[in-house]
Design a protein around this ligand. Structure first.
Ligand code: NAP
Length: 246
């Protein structure tokens, strides 16, 4: 069985690890190529876009893929939609691996918004904003000249950036102590982030809660309907194994 893992997440790397050494399964992991120095999964890896739904469909056929595991980031909505369309056209089984989003706890001051544009358009909540949304969405805040931003990303943003900002290049996970030091050190009074879910990037929420800061949390794009969804790499692996036996 030849399986394509659409990756770029810890779950995708975990899946590649689970599959390595399993007799009868050949895995190819795919990365978009956004990050200069990506964390690579074990096993075969291809890097770069496929060229839309058509390109993906051709790649799947040319590489004799039997199943697709969409373990992309919860905000990689375009890739998930392309995977659903291409898999449907070829009649291939597709599974989405989606870790659950975060749940508010007592003391949280979250404001949920539908997308980054809605986050940027929110009336003034704070003047010094910790923007931790990855580099791709930063342009949505480029017009906010009345606030100061601490922008944290793995690589520098390539598009427009807000006039008043400091760029911090760093890759998580971070501890609550590190996040607290960041909030205090930069006199942050508001956090903007995406509801990525998962523990490796959760510490910023704990630090904001302890500091009593508002957090603008951007909701995930919906998954395309019709395919099963599993919350973890282990569940996805079990699904795949069941399909191999059937
Ligand atoms: P996206 O908006 O859904 O995808 C845009 C285009 O990038 C896709 O149409 C596809 O190009 C290409 N692409 C995306 N993921 C790919 C993959 N795994 N392999 C090959 N091509 C891929 O995705 P994104 O938000 O730019 O995210 C890109 C990658 O970064 C994803 O793999 C995701 O898991 C990872 N990531 C994203 C975030 C985030 O917040 N968005 C955070 C952490 C990691 P073609 O149409 O040419 O095929």
């Amino acid at each position: 069985m030849r399986v394509l893992i659409l990756g770029g997440t810890g779950e995708a790397r975990e899946l590649a690890q689970l599959a390595s050494g399993e007799r009868g399964v050949e895995i190819v992991s795919s990365l978009a190529g956004r990050v200069r120095d990506p964390l690579l999964p074990v096993g075969a890896v291809r890097i770069g876009g496929f060229g839309g739904v058509e390109g993906l469909r051709e790649w799947l056929a040319a590489n004799a893929i039997d199943a697709v595991l969409d373990a992309t980031h919860p905000f990689a909505g375009t890739m998930s939609a392309h995977a659903a369309a291409a898999a449907a056209e070829l009649g291939l089984p597709l599974l989405h691996v989606r870790r659950p989003g975060w749940t508010a706890q007592s003391g949280d001051r979250w404001i949920r918004v539908a997308d980054l544009a809605a986050a940027a358009a929110l009336p003034e909540l704070g003047a010094r904003v910790f923007l931790t949304i990855g580099r791709q969405g930063v342009a949505a805040f480029a017009g906010s000249s009345d606030r100061w931003f601490l922008i944290r990303a793995i690589d520098p943003p390539t598009g427009a950036v807000p006039a008043n900002h400091e760029l911090l290049l760093a890759r998580g996970p971070f501890t609550v102590e590190q996040e607290t030091a960041l909030l205090v050190g930069h006199r942050i009074d508001m956090v903007v982030t995406k509801d990525s879910g998962g523990s490796p990037t959760e510490a910023k929420l704990s630090a904001a809660r302890a500091a009593g800061l508002p957090v603008v949390l951007v909701d995930r794009p919906p998954l395309p309907p019709g395919s099963p969804v599993m919350a973890s790499a282990l569940d996805a692996w079990e699904w795949l194994r069941r399909r191999m036996i059937e």
